[in-house]
Design a protein around this ligand. Structure first.
Ligand code: PEP
Ligand code: MG
Length: 796
């Protein structure tokens, strides 16, 4: 339909691929994208779309904001007419006016829908329609049913007001979760509804139907918090024992400075940005909860999201900002008021909702005040969290955090890997109930057994303390022999190397007697920053690692980005399946300059110290050859010829690559099997999803056969290492050595124990057992087959 000039139409709809909704930050991006200098007309549908569009306007920078018109025109008809008008040269005011009149043609054609038969919303003085429902939910209209009600109301073009007829409360708007909560509507209470507006009739019948369905809540009463042994098949993620008071990531005390500010617009924008950031986090947690637990448990986050959009709460904050307060104290005060209102209600269940308000409020405060992670929260204790990002896990210090207990995550997730590296005992996948543990309650965690106890009685405390002492004794013995090389009883040398994710790890690795660094995860240098480190910075860090290891070989893995490891300066293309998308070497080859710079830094270091370069996630020979060509270019660019001790290898993480090992072996010096990824791809089990952690077991004979295929394909051409987490599992050492693996690369603190395990093996016997395990009927049987052999007498 368009003739004349190009009109740019940008869409900001849907919270993600599958979720309805609008996101203010997406709207900002769409506006910025559409703006060609003459302004933008924004069309939106109902309810929170309007709120999000208003918030987006607040978030926009000055030059863009001035040219934006939020237009209440009908979305579909308005867009068609607006586009035609804009293409014909109309300015934004004319475009908006045209869009507003877009229904005229259709209205004339369909006289039954004439506007006079449907009084406009703002002409309604009081409720056109009314009704009453009785609350049948066991805990009344608490957060989840209330959130369901508010969601329903916001979807429709109607004004809905509610009042608790039983207790005689004032009327409150049904579109505000905070206000609905103040009705204090308990089981058996009668709630009156008044509805006006274009969709009044639909709204009333939807609400009554929803109430009749108990607001889609299942019959089960929400579990009371009953401190005892809580268990939702928690899993061992990092060995060791820790006992201490719970420190949750949600309720840490936050110091809010009592600041004033001169420019309310700036403060309001700061608050808007913080709200948008928290909204993103809560949504991610919601998606995870629905996927890993259930839709029912995930629904609690809907209440959190609605609070972030709550008009009453935002008005309260805005009022204070306009009165001269800075964003943080204004938000703090608004949240505090709502919290106190809820806490004053008589019903204990509704009172407990005050905690939701505090949790959401605190997240926004942390974002406003730049408090980045749980590490910042003071006194030592057991950190209880839903999940931790790799960046948050990286911040934790063992002297502050004696153990970690996570509701989600799995042993192969990157956060668990980082926590193992730090020697922080960790249990993962413990279920959402752990989020109810109060701050300060005593928690005992055994990260080796995957157990935890809340408020342990004296005998349990003693048992945990005894286990801690036993572990300490074993590790003292292993440390004594850590510097010596590890040979099996019949003389086969097995290198025990370190996996390194920070310069500090290299120092620990040296102390722990690492024979080399088998895997340096160089992404730590690139993540969480606005631009890539330049060649000089990279060179300096790689040199520091080599020096910390006293000149022992360092295996530098080139950037392994994608999947669950994003880069701020290289936004991911929003793939539906990022673990199967452009990650590892695929991403680096798409950004050859990034890879070349890294290779130049590596080659410079390789002239002075033994270096191996390792490419991640290689699937086919073309990728390896392309990467090798870039390496040759880097060598030329450095201009000092081929470094004598430079070795080249690839990670084996893709099952297809394992089966093609003989082909790759002609072009590399070594393979390093990344069993974390190899397992997730071989077993089709996301390494970060604890719901499938049992399927994604690296002891599965299917995975073992891929390791065997790699060793067979490598023959005498290439050394085979394993750098996935299985390498530090005492029971796996026999299997891996038996299959032909000659290097185990493990988290630095596991080096002494791994060396002791190798010393307890006989390689011939290990080969026999490995053959049996290859054809075992399950991962459990494979484990059983090797367990007797690797029972190490650490006191020997
Ligand atoms: C692996 O996949 O096993 C591996 C060592 O790489 P990362 O854990 O860094 O993905
Ligand atoms: Mg990997």
């Amino acid at each position: 339909m368009l003739h004349g000039r190009q009109v740019r139409i940008a869409i900001a709809a849907g919270l993600d691929e599958n979720t309805f909704g609008t996101d203010a930050t997406q709207i900002v991006e769409a506006i910025t994208d559409a703006d060609q200098g003459e302004g933008v007309v924004v069309l939106m549908d109902l309810g929170s779309a309007v709120l999000s569009a208003e918030l987006a306007l607040e978030l926009l920078d000055e030059p863009h904001r001035d040219g934006v018109l939020l237009c209440p025109a009908p979305l579909v008809e308005g867009l068609v007419v607006a586009a035609v008008a804009a293409a014909g040269g109309a300015d934004r005011h004319e475009v908006a006016a045209e869009a507003l009149a877009a229904l005229a043609g259709k209205a004339a054609q369909l006289p039954t829908a004439a506007p006079e038969e449907h009084p406009a919303r703002d002409t309604a003085k009081s409720g056109d329609l009314s009704g009453v429902f009785t609350v049948s939910n066991a805990h009344g209209l608490h957060a989840r049913p209330a959130a369901r009600l508010v969601q329903e109301v916001r979807r429709l073009d109607a004004e809905v007001r509610l009042r608790n007829r039983t207790t005689g409360t004032p009327w409150v708007p049904a579109g505000s979760l905070s206000k609905v909560a103040t009705l204090g509507a308990l089981h058996g209470h009668e709630v009156e509804i008044e509805v006006s507006g274009n969709q009044a009739r639909e709204a009333l019948s939807h609400i009554l139907a929803l109430a009749a369905r108990n607001f889609d809540e299942t019959d089960e009463a929400p579990a009371e918090v009953a401190p005892a042994i809580l268990s939702r098949e928690p899993r061992a993620a990092s060995p060791g024992v820790g006992i201490g008071p719970a420190r949750s990531t949600r309720f840490g005390p936050i110091e809010v400075p009592d600041e004033t500010a001169d420019d309310p617009a700036t403060e309001w924008r700061r608050l808007g940005k913080a709200l948008a950031a928290v909204r993103r986090n809560v949504r991610q947690l919601r998606v995870r909860t629905a996927r890993e637990l259930s839709e029912d448990e995930a629904a609690i986050f809907d209440a959190h999201l609605l609070l972030l959009d709550d008009a009453e709460l935002l008005d309260q904050a805005r009022e204070r900002i306009n009165g001269g307060l800075a964003a943080a104290p204004a938000w703090h005060a608004a949240v505090g008021r709502l919290h106190d209102e809820l806490a004053a209600l008589t019903d204990p269940y509704l009172q407990a909702r005050a905690a939701d308000v505090r949790a959401v409020g605190d997240q926004v405060l942390r974002s406003l005040l730049g408090i980045t992670g749980p590490a910042a929260q003071g006194a030592a204790g057991v950190l209880v969290a839903g999940d931790l990002t790799p960046a948050e896990a990286a911040e934790l210090q063992p002297d502050q955090v004696v153990a970690v207990l996570m509701a989600f995550s799995s042993p192969n997730a990157h956060n668990a890997i980082l926590l193992r590296a730090k020697g922080i005992p960790t249990v993962v996948g413990a279920g959402q109930a752990v989020l109810n543990i109060e701050d300060g309650e005593l928690v005992a965690v055994d990260g080796g057994r995957g157990e935890y106890v809340v408020n342990p009685p004296a005998e349990v405390r003693e048992a945990y303390a005894a286990r801690a002492a036993e572990l300490a004794e074993r590790s003292t013995l292993a440390l004594k022999h850590a510097a010596a090389p590890a040979h099996t009883r019949d003389g086969a040398e097995v290198l025990v190397a370190a996996n390194i994710g920070a310069v500090s790890d290299a120092r620990v690795a040296a102390e722990m007697g690492a024979d080399l660094a088998g895997l340096v995860r160089t992404e730590f240098l690139f993540m969480g920053r606005a631009a890539a480190p330049d060649i000089d910075e990279q060179e300096a860090v790689y040199r520091e690692i080599a020096e910390a290891l006293g000149g022992r070989r360092i295996t530098l893995r080139t950037l392994d980005i994608g999947g669950d490891k994003p880069l701020d300066f290289l936004p991911s293309p929003g793939e539906a399946n990022p673990f199967l998308g452009v990650r590892g070497i695929r991403l680096s080859l798409n950004h050859p300059q990034l890879l070349t710079d890294q290779l130049v830094a590596i080659v410079r270091v390789a002239h002075d110290t033994p270096v191996s370069v390792m490419f991640p996630m290689v699937s086919n020979l073309d990728e390896l050859l392309a990467a090798r060509r870039l390496l040759d270019d880097a060598i030329k660019q450095v201009g000092r010829g081929q470094p004598d001790e430079l070795q080249v290898g690839i990670m084996i993480e893709v099952p297809g690559a394992a089966l093609k090992a003989a082909t790759f072996a002609l072009h590399v010096d070594f393979f390093s099997i990344g069993t974390n990824d190899l397992t997730q791809y071989a077993m089709a089990a996301d390494r970060n999803n604890d719901a499938v952690a049992e399927v994604g077991d690296p002891f599965d004979p299917g995975v073992l056969q891929l390791i065997e295929a790699t060793c067979r394909g490598a023959g005498d051409q290439a050394l085979v290492a394993v750098c996935g987490e299985i390498a530090s599992d005492e029971r796996a050492a026999a299997l891996l050595v038996g299959l032909g693996v000659r290097e185990l690369s493990v988290t630095p603190r596991a080096i002494p124990g791994t060396k002791q395990t190798v010393r307890s093996l006989d390689s011939q016997h290990a080969t026999t057992l490995a053959k049996l395990a290859l054809h075992a009927d399950s991962a459990a049987t494979a484990r059983e087959i090797v367990t007797p052999l690797t029972t190490v007498d650490h006191r020997a």
